[in-house]
Design a protein around this ligand. Structure first.
Ligand code: HEM
Length: 417
């Protein structure tokens, strides 16, 4: 294996084009890679990433204070600790599991059916631009109880917020643009929160309005931040995971045929997609005190980035890690969407994703509707696959061609079905 060259950078174009080509070398030769341009350490081994994400005293989410709070307009879950984190996280979890999740899944099916119908009839679609992006944003708006008709402007503000949180090197102009997006999103949300306080509905915003912490209702600022937190956390990884799942299956016709025949294989295919190509590639933490990781001393106060994509392909944990295999025995589908997950796509520890069950339901529902209908599916002729993103990563587009679907979607896939 070639050496990690002096001057190698995770900020280089070569790395951005295909990070997966570099992970084995990083894990073996530079498992704690220092990146001077952003004065941060990048960890690539599963064991080290797991340690950083679960040793909450030594490695805190303090980094997110600067990274997220300005655009979230208030304190976000990821930066909270102790009783406040447990209580507020609990409110969000209750709004995304159990009966609430069953109701939301019906909404997901309705939304998918509505958006897919015209695309299926055409026999071609860009799974990312025509479907995945609008779908993920609209589903999140439904979940929050926001007006779906506003999805385009909410999506535009959201992308500014996301750019602020995930941009490793932002120019002052981009920072200004991101802050404007956040301010507009806040101005849009505050009247909605005030309305829901007076007239609650079944949605997550109403649940946040009704919730209390230490005997006091959450403030408008707290609720705004939690809404933006969910909006920012929910949309991007979901649409990327769906596109990545379909890509991996199209590239492996044998596995695609099996999943099309037997949707019970979908959870394994989704879990393996999350392991093989996690849409959230970096999770930051701050070292509260000096720590020795894989023989390298990380100084107190340092920013440490957990490289989820590299950890998920660590041969110490997954056999033949660079192979996508829905039958792999070392993943454990049932636990892949829980706190016991072996892959780290949802993070691990106290801040592990609160939306994992929702994400599974969302992706599984739409894939179960879509895949059986895609006869003779292939890429549009001449298409060249391209992924972007260092922090969150996914296909730029996925133009598909397939036999047009003349019949309406199955009964249980129609709105409200
Ligand atoms: C495939 C889809 C998803 C992936 C891969 C994903 C990934 C992640 C990761 C890696 C974290 C941990 C961040 C950290 O430790 O600092 C996280 C946290 C979080 N996720 Fe997700 N996520 C997904 C979908 C969702 C959805 C659908 C929602 C909401 C409906 C959501 C809401 C959140 C929230 C609120 C947090 C912060 C939790 C806390 O700090 O306690 N995510 N997610």
């Amino acid at each position: 294996m070639p050496l990690v060259r002096p001057g190698f950078s995770v900020l280089s174009d070569a790395f951005a084009a295909d990070p997966y080509r570099h992970f084995a070398r990083l894990r073996e030769q530079a498992p704690v890679h220092y990146e001077p341009a952003v004065d941060s350490y990048f960890l690539s081994r599963h064991q080290d990433v797991g340690r950083v994400l679960t040793d909450h005293r030594a490695f805190t989410t303090e980094t997110l204070q600067a990274r997220a709070e300005p655009v979230m307009r208030g304190p976000v879950l990821a930066q909270m600790t102790g009783a406040e984190h447990t209580a507020k996280r609990g409110i969000v979890v209750r709004g995304l599991t159990g009966e609430a999740l069953r109701e939301q899944t019906r909404g997901v099916r309705a939304r998918a059916a509505e958006l897919l119908a015209p695309l299926l009839a055409r026999g071609r679609m860009d799974l990312v631009g025509d479907f995945g992006k609008p779908f993920a944003v609209q589903v999140t708006l439904d979940l929050l109880g926001l007006d779906r008709g506003d999805w385009r402007r909410v999506a535009a503000w959201h992308s500014g917020v996301a750019e602020f949180i995930t941009g490793l090197t932002l120019t002052p102009e981009r920072r200004r643009h991101c802050m404007e997006c956040a301010e507009q999103l806040e101005s849009y949300l505050v009247p909605v929160i005030e309305r829901r306080r007076r007239e609650p509905g079944p949605d997550l915003i109403s649940k946040l309005c009704a919730a209390e912490f230490e005997g006091t209702a959450l403030s408008v600022r707290d609720i705004t931040a939690l809404i933006i937190n969910v909006l920012a956390a929910a949309t991007e990884p979901a649409d990327k995971t769906l596109a990545l799942l379909v890509r991996h299956l199209i590239d492996r016709p044998g596995q695609l045929a099996r999943v099309r025949r037997d949707p019970a294989l979908l959870p394994a295919a989704i879990a393996e997609t999350l392991r093989y190509t996690p849409p959230v590639q970096l999770v930051p933490r701050r070292a509260e005190r000096a720590a020795v990781i894989a023989g390298t001393t990380v100084p107190a106060g340092a920013t440490v980035f957990c490289m989820i994509g590299a950890a998920n392909r660590d041969p110490a944990v997954f056999a033949d890690p660079d192979t996508f295999d829905i039958d792999r025995a070392d993943l454990g589908t049932a636990r892949s969407f829980t706190a016991a997950a072996q892959h780290l796509a949802f993070g691990t520890g106290l801040h592990q994703c609160v939306g994992a069950a929702f994400a599974r339901a969302e992706i599984e529902t739409v894939a179960a509707m879509l895949l059986p209908l895609l006869d003779e599916v292939r890429y549009r002729p001449g298409f060249r696959y391209r992924e972007t993103g260092l922090y969150t990563r996914g296909p730029v587009s996925l133009p598909l061609v397939f036999t047009p679907v003349r019949t309406p979607l199955p009964e249980d896939a129609t709105p409200g079905g």
